[in-house]
Design a protein around this ligand. Sequence first.
Ligand code: ADP
Ligand code: TRP
Length: 321
Amino acid sequence: MRVLTGIQPSGELHIGNYFGSIKQMVDAQKESDTFAFIANYHAQTSLKDGKRLAELTMQSAIDFLALGIDPQKSTFWVQSDVKEVLELYWVLSSFTPMGLLERAHSYKDKTAKGIAANHSLFSYPVLMAADILLYQPETIPVGKDQIQHVEIARDIAIKFNNEYGDIFTLPEYKVEDSVATVPGIDGQKMSKSYKNTVNIFGEEKKQLKTIKKIVTEPVPLEEPKEYHNCNVYNMAKLFLNENECKELQERYQRGGEGHGHFKLYLHDVIWEYFRPYREKREYYKAHQDEVRDILQLGATKAKEAALPVIEKVRSVSGIRY
Ligand code: ADP
Ligand code: TRP
């Protein structure tokens, strides 16, 4: 089974990105044919500083490799290194009703936040459909916020297939229920744009400072505390096994410890969890030529998968004459 996902190189990675997308991809490598790419064209919709985008693209590649994307098992590349995706994007545009894009939440959310309403922001889901359909994956692991985009890709594929026969595999999204929405330090969805993130590769002091800011209920130290809706507990449980979760629940129920203690514990848990990844990241930072070689090899493999599909599309849609 082929599994595909893309992540924008738009800033520091946070634990929402990790559990919502990267970890699922890393886990999928064990049994699936995994395709993972850095969506740098998508990042252009909101990032105009070219130098910064180039840097972030490299930084993201380093981060994904550090977090366990294995180029031996996965096809891992940068979106813009396979230009066929732009061709497919155009062809699919003629199979995309305006209403479908007008209903897209992400466009509405982003423009409501003040991001300029340009064409690329509006047609973003069509490029994402091209990303998906070009490589024929069955499954797209994403966070909850991306479900609608995968549905749009599916709708576009159905329209195209209705016209020309079974050209595209219909993709399905996969959302890991337990981590569908990782909460941020204010309890809202964790997101770069809400400035409520706990980053994966931040400095230790900064991470502790951020964790201390997590919003909690004011309950006297000695009293038992509620863990179900506690932002600290809900973040910690992502990192803990069943027994460790139970132990933490008992500490909440016992009383005698305040949220400050649980925050320190959460900090330690997160810091230890990512320790081996930090070490790998230092290695790739010092060996960027190796990273470039990995990305080039990945682009070659991705292109091999894309070519038969784009050839079929050219042929049925009359571009090949
Ligand atoms: P951000 O909201 O910080 O800009 P992105 O939109 O770049 O994050 O998301 C990259 C990937 O990480 C997507 O697959 C998205 O669904 C997932 N993701 C982002 N934030 C969360 C979250 N809080 N919980 C679960 N998954 C998330
Ligand atoms: N839109 C996705 C995000 O912001 C990134 C993305 C681009 C993607 N193309 C994709 C995700 C294809 C999955 C499949 O997170």
